[in-house]
Structures are given as structure tokens and as C-alpha cells.
Design a protein around this ligand. Structure first.
Ligand code: HEC
Length: 139
């Protein structure tokens, strides 16, 4: 009986290990950057010219570089991504707001909501320290 219990404990410990190994760390460049590109870049890129017009990043917020993501925008400087604190990070909070909210991102009618799965991924990334790896983005 005792042997069986020990064996069960080993099996349990082993499966916990494999689960976390599969889960792994979130890779910003591979898993999160594509989401921001798709849903946010058209309004939150470095100032550039488009069809002869100057396009400035909305709200003063750029999401196309690691430094800019940490710097944040006009209203919430230093609170766009707060490592370890998803609840304090406006990048995630604005995505989670109901579409009708003035600060919901992307703004109502300006693009699809970020999926719950991708929001969960971003939450996990912030919780685990918001590392950008080697990615620096546009200077
Ligand atoms: C169609 C344009 C548009 C898109 C797409 C868009 N935003 Fe915005 N964003 C704005 C505007 C405009 C503001 C300025 C505040 C306002 O007027 O609502 C803003 C402001 C913000 C702010 C507040 C910045 C600050 O500190 O003042 C955050 C955070 C933000 N956006 C995140 C995002 C995220 C994350 C995405 C993608 C999921 C996104 N936005 C997509 C237009 C956009």
C-alpha cells in the first residue's frame, strides 16, 4: 500500500512538472507582438507618413518598441505595462473594458476585440515579469 502511494505521488509530481514545462514562459516576440500588430499598431506606431499625412501615435502611446511599451502614453505614463501587476497595466485593462467604454481598445468600431485567450496570455506575460527577450522593436 505504501509503495502505491509513493508511486502515485511520483506520478503526480511528474505530471505537474511536464505541465509547467509545456506551459513554459510566454515569448513576447512570438506570442504577443503579433496580437499588438494586428489589433493596435495602426494607431500606436511611431510617428510616420501615410498617404502624405503625418500619423502620430494616438494618446502619445507607441506599442512598437519595448522602451515605448514601458514608457506608456499621455494619461498613464509608466502604467502601460507594470511588470508583475496585470491589474495595474493599462495595455491589458483597456482590452478588457466593455466595448462601449470610452477607453476600450481597440476603440468601438475600430477593430475586433482581443480574444479572451490572447488577453489571458498577455496577463500571464505581465505576471511573469513582462520580459521582451531580445526584442527591442523600432527605435
Ligand atoms: C483606431 C485607433 C486605435 C486602435 C486600433 C487602438 N487604439 Fe489605443 N488609443 C487610441 C486613442 C484615440 C487613444 C487616446 C485616448 C482616447 O481618445 O480614447 C488611445 C489610447 C490608448 C491607451 C491610453 C494611453 C495613455 O497613457 O494615455 C492605451 C493603454 C491604449 N490606447 C492601448 C491600446 C491597445 C492595447 C490597443 C490594441 C488592442 C489599442 N490601443 C488600439 C486609438 C486606438
Amino acid at each position: 500500500m505504501k509503495t502505491h502511494l509513493t508511486l502515485a505521488a511520483i506520478v503526480a509530481a511528474f505530471s505537474v512538472n511536464t505541465a509547467s514545462a509545456q506551459d513554459g514562459a510566454v515569448d513576447f516576440e512570438k506570442q504577443i507582438l503579433p496580437v499588438l500588430k494586428e489589433s493596435c499598431f495602426k494607431c500606436h506606431e511611431k510617428e510616420h507618413e501615410e498617404n502624405g499625412k503625418i500619423k502620430k501615435p494616438k494618446g502619445g502611446l507607441r506599442l512598437d518598441s519595448a522602451a515605448a511599451i514601458l514608457k506608456g502614453g499621455k494619461e498613464y505614463p509608466d502604467e502601460n505595462v507594470v511588470a508583475g501587476k496585470p491589474d495595474a497595466s493599462w495595455l491589458l485593462k483597456t482590452m478588457a473594458l466593455p466595448e462601449s467604454d470610452d477607453l476600450a481598445m481597440p476603440p468601438e468600431g475600430k477593430g475586433d476585440r482581443v480574444s479572451a485567450a490572447n488577453q489571458a496570455l498577455i496577463k500571464k506575460w505581465i505576471e511573469s515579469g513582462a520580459s521582451f527577450g531580445a526584442w527591442k522593436g523600432v527605435e
